[in-house]
Write a protein that binds this ligand. Structure first.
Ligand code: PRE
Length: 357
């Protein structure tokens, strides 16, 4: 009897799956039309604001029991596959495979995109600049460790624009070949994850030396050849490299996020929730720091980040990185930036793009 009931329910599931498949193909046919319309007008195929709007609309519409958190993942793959029908999507990212940047690129572009690992942040910029990949993904700041200075420095040299941002919750895993704590004689990782797990390492592996390497994925690769070493890396690295998990989620602060930027040739069109990133250097005068923020405060434009970096070429001169709410195509934003420009030696708009939610 139970088997009969099960068979009946499975028949119903098959019928529903058939409908889902038909609908996926109907959707794909419409997306192909969208792609044709876009290529006639030289428009960007990748539209991050539209993707976010789809996830939000469906998330709000869902009444269950299908879990709302899963909607984004399912539609991420539907959109990823759809986008590949419009245009093959190639994305350069800071590799090797299994880095957090890889996970961020995956979260944003899905399995149908061709993700190509690069050796360094400048190499990601170079791939995009030369048009070998239309987009690149680089880390820009971490909620506990601060900015990734290599990425900010690259914007000083490059004219590429920001297309979107990705927020990724970061969890660190201790990985090794044996999966046994007692085998560990050294811990290898990138300096940032080592710093983010400092307390856990002091309490659990107090006498074990820590070794800095270029990336968490590189650490995972090294550990493959040394049974006495453990790597701090992503969960994705464990499965990619076939390592055992010694301990999961060892970060000191469970609210650890990294922000990544998608870079491309141009920024997307205006949406209803954009931000704009700028960089500039100012002429040194009394009260200048106060005055440079005035164009924004008097127009009630919200500042979401301000960061300064020394100019490479001149000692004691600084370049500022500013994130504000709004799109460069909005009059108030454009006017505020034009006013700020008067105080600046140089000013560059790095892009307007949808805010990650
Ligand atoms: O609406 C578009 O512009 C599309 O290209 C379609 C679509 C989708 O599958 O819904 C695909 C890729 C874009 O990044 C956004 C949305």
């Amino acid at each position: 009897m139970a088997q009969e009931k099960l068979n009946h329910l499975r028949t119903r599931i098959d019928a529903i799956d058939d409908q889902i498949l038909d609908l996926l193909n109907q959707r794909a046919a419409v997306v192909i039309e969208v792609g044709r319309a876009k290529s006639g007008e030289q428009r960007e195929f990748y539209v991050p604001a539209r993707e976010l709007a789809i996830y939000e609309r469906l998330g709000a519409r869902n009444t269950g029991p299908f879990p709302t958190e899963a909607i984004r993942r399912v539609f991420r793959e539907i959109i990823s596959a759809s986008l590949s029908l419009e245009h093959p999507m190639k994305v350069a990212f800071l590799g090797p495979q299994g880095t957090f940047t890889h996970a961020a690129a995956m979260q944003q572009f899905g399995f149908s995109a061709q993700l190509v690992p690069q050796k360094s942040i400048p190499a990601v910029f170079d791939e995009v600049l030369r048009g070998r990949a239309p987009y690149g993904v680089v880390p820009v700041e971490n909620s506990t460790e601060g900015v990734v200075s290599h990425t900010l420095d690259m914007f000083m040299e490059s004219d590429l624009q920001i297309s979107s941002e990705i927020l990724l919750g970061i969890s660190h895993f201790l990985l090794s070949r044996t999966g046994r704590m007692e085998d560990i004689r050294k811990v290898v990782s990138h300096p940032q994850p080592l710093a983010q797990c400092r307390k856990w390492l002091e309490e659990n592996l107090p006498d074990v030396p820590l070794v800095d390497v270029g990336s968490t994925a590189l650490a995972a690769q090294m550990v493959l050849e040394d049974e006495s070493a453990a790597a701090i890396a992503s969960e994705m690295a464990a499965s990619l490299y076939g390592l055992q998990v010694v301990k999961e989620r060892i970060e000191d602060n469970p609210n650890n996020f990294t922000r990544f930027l998608v870079i491309g040739q141009k920024s997307p069109e205006r949406s209803d929730r954009d931000k704009t990133s700028l960089m500039f250097s100012i002429k040194d005068q009394p009260g200048i720091l106060y005055r440079m923020l005035e164009p924004f405060s008097k127009r009630a434009i919200n500042l979401t980040k301000i960061e300064s970096r020394p100019m490479k070429k001149k000692a004691w001169e600084y370049v500022f990185f500013l994130d504000i709410e709004g799109h460069i195509d909005e009059k108030a934003v454009a006017d505020a930036i034009a006013e700020l420009k008067d105080y600046c030696q140089f000013l560059k708009v790095l892009g307007s793009y949808p805010r990650a939610r």
